[in-house]
Ligand binder design. Structure first.
Ligand code: FE
Length: 244
């Protein structure tokens, strides 16, 4: 999913909420076709709400054994879903209800009274981005992305080391990111729900380092989870699409 597709999908959700297009059923139908049992329940529960949980881009066992289907079923079906359910309640009757998710993240980031809106909107956004940052049979970066990695980090190994250090070094819950800052690639980390788009950066990839992302499979060994992700399922094709 590239950025225009992503914002199109999110805009479309707002349109769905307004009942402005007849294609709403297609979106929900795609949700059930793309995933197994975890996908249909959220879509059903969120029927008619401003935001609907997007489908996983692969089956819930597709990343096994790096990330088990059990972890995905809780992470997508409980944690990610809860952020969207909470957001739907929090935006009810507010101008936020007609915005795209990205617009809500940006608009609520600095509003102290709306931290609940920001936290749930950003976590909804971050998780959708995380699923697209992972892929079974992930291939190493190539072409323009690889050239840029070499120009901005020196080597792919150095880029991966910086991502690994950020993911392992984030104290407590949060995220590690590969971002475009100005015209340079950079690695950053954020706490809790915080997101690079509110800091003027463009996310290309993310790694969720909240314990719920890895505890069932790796218990307290976050470095093992991070290494397995970097070695086997980090979706560099998604980063290339985001780079454009
Ligand atoms: Fe998470």
């Amino acid at each position: 999913m590239n950025q225009s597709e992503s914002s199109d999908m999110l805009s479309r959700r707002s349109l769905i909420a307004a009942g402005a297009i007849a294609g709403a059923g297609l979106f929900v139908a795609r949700a059930s076709a793309a995933t197994r049992e975890v996908s249909s329940a959220p879509a059903e529960a969120q029927k008619g709400a401003p935001f609907t949980q997007p489908p996983l881009p692969w089956k819930d066992d597709a990343l096994d054994p790096v990330i088990s289907a059990k972890t995905i079923s809780f992470h997508y079906g409980k944690h990610h879903k809860a952020y969207i359910d909470n957001l739907n309640k929090l935006v009810e009757g507010k101008p936020y209800a007609t915005m795209t998710l990205e617009e809500i993240v940006k608009a609520s980031a600095k509003v102290e009274a709306d931290m609940g809106v920001f936290n749930n909107a950003a976590q909804a956004w971050n998780h959708d981005f995380y699923w697209h940052s992972l892929a079974p049979n992930a291939k190493p970066p190539e072409g323009k992305l690889l050239d840029k990695i070499k120009a901005d980090f020196g080597s792919l190994d150095e880029c991966k080391k910086k991502l690994s250090d950020a993911a392992k070094g984030q104290f407590g819950s949060g995220w590690a990111w590969l971002v475009l800052e100005g015209d340079k690639l950079a690695v950053t980390k954020t706490s809790n729900a915080d997101n690079p788009i509110v800091h003027g950066q463009k996310p290309l990839l993310t790694i969720d380092v909240w314990e719920h992302a890895y505890y069932l499979d790796y218990q307290n060994k976050r470095p093992d989870y991070v290494q397995a992700l970097l070695d086997k399922v980090l979706n560099w094709e998604h980063a290339a699409q985001m780079l454009g």
